[in-house]
Design a protein around this ligand. Sequence first.
Ligand SMILES: *[C@@H]1O[C@H](CO)[C@@H](O)[C@H](O)[C@H]1NC(C)=O
Ligand SMILES: *[C@@H]1O[C@H](CO)[C@@H](O)[C@H](O)[C@H]1NC(C)=O
Ligand SMILES: *[C@@H]1O[C@H](CO)[C@@H](O)[C@H](O)[C@H]1NC(C)=O
Ligand SMILES: *[C@@H]1O[C@H](CO)[C@@H](O)[C@H](O)[C@H]1NC(C)=O
Length: 361
Amino acid sequence: MLFLLLLISCLPQGGDNTPISCYNDKGEATDWFYLYKLPSHHGGESSHGGLTYLLMDEGSSGWSSGKWGVNDTSGALGMTLGQLYSQGKDYTEVAYILYNDQKPKGGAGDKYGGKRGHTKGVVLLDHNQGFWLVHSTPNFPPVRDAGHFRYPHSGTKNGQNFLCVTFPLEQFLSIGEQLQINQPTVYDCDVPQSFAPSVPALAALCNNSHVKTASNRSVTLTSKGGTDFINFAKGPAFNDDLYQPWVAPTLQSDLLVQFWHNTPGTLPSDCKRGWKVLDISQVSPNGTFIFKSTTDHSKWAVSVKAAEAGGGWVCVGDINRNKAEEKRGGGTVCQRHGAVWKAYRNAALECQACEHGTIKC
Ligand SMILES: *[C@@H]1O[C@H](CO)[C@@H](O)[C@H](O)[C@H]1NC(C)=O
Ligand SMILES: *[C@@H]1O[C@H](CO)[C@@H](O)[C@H](O)[C@H]1NC(C)=O
Ligand SMILES: *[C@@H]1O[C@H](CO)[C@@H](O)[C@H](O)[C@H]1NC(C)=O
Ligand SMILES: *[C@@H]1O[C@H](CO)[C@@H](O)[C@H](O)[C@H]1NC(C)=O
């Protein structure tokens, strides 16, 4: 009897009844995680071929060191995306959408699209639940037919951010509509017929059907575990910075924004109209590593102050503060959470001052 129990508990997971979910570094299903892939060079050191990361999930009080390389199939990212590649025909029926303005080899859709959304992510769900992974990594992840999870070499040099949230099926109705506003480059997808009634917008995205949408919309998305996230999605007609005119007034807060500074047309810190939005110039996620925003491809924002109860806001998304990207789709996903806020707020070390020069953020 004991032998039988042992045998059963040792059987590999991932069969029919394992719901699609985000996973943490311990291989446990988690409601959400934030993953900060560090640049390959930070504070004069070079580390691990640029595969080092910090992780924070629903239970943690701050960043903890990643247990693996970010390319490892046993880590949070590898375990989470592994569910896409392990789904054979013997498994639960799933729907998925992979989108990235810089698609990987073998991806279908527009080539390196300058007109579609500046937006990157993964949606994977079964008939009960699934995850949405928002990220900043070019050429990632591989198409499903690649057969296994892989982290691209092009994603190792710079810092990258990932936010994974586990959602019940109903929420993918709104997520699909938000993505339609973003107009992503979908380079691989499958939304079987049986999903079309519950997630019509995802079905249309996969079908490459163009739908007229609002220029921008924010929605509250409630995770499987009952945590609220706000998603801001804009399309090309929005024609403005995402953060200053929209995210900051909605969250009623001044914001510090980390984004990729190495393209022409970067928007300077903005202190002239209402809520202040400052560009972060130097980052230090856990007090050990220090690096410049020019080596960090992440796109995140944090409220300057922790609002009364419930901590401050953190947003992780896929669009930069950049003139050209005012006319591109893209967005961000925000959560109000004490520990998450503290982790990102402390990471904002040096900011571009309103006038000129830099200041402590
Ligand atoms: C920061 O992360 C690094 C690498 O993961 C770890 O070695 C270090 O102890 C961490 N420092 C703090 C203050 O948490
Ligand atoms: C991750 O990358 C390192 C360095 O390139 C390599 O040695 C290792 O085999 C990779 N791991 C996996 C699981 O691909
Ligand atoms: C898929 O595209 C075809 C042809 O354009 C169209 O007839 C069909 O309604 C679309 N289905 C969905 C779910 O958008
Ligand atoms: C679109 O953005 C504007 C700010 O530019 C905001 O006032 C408005 O409420 C947003 N629309 C929706 C539907 O969220």
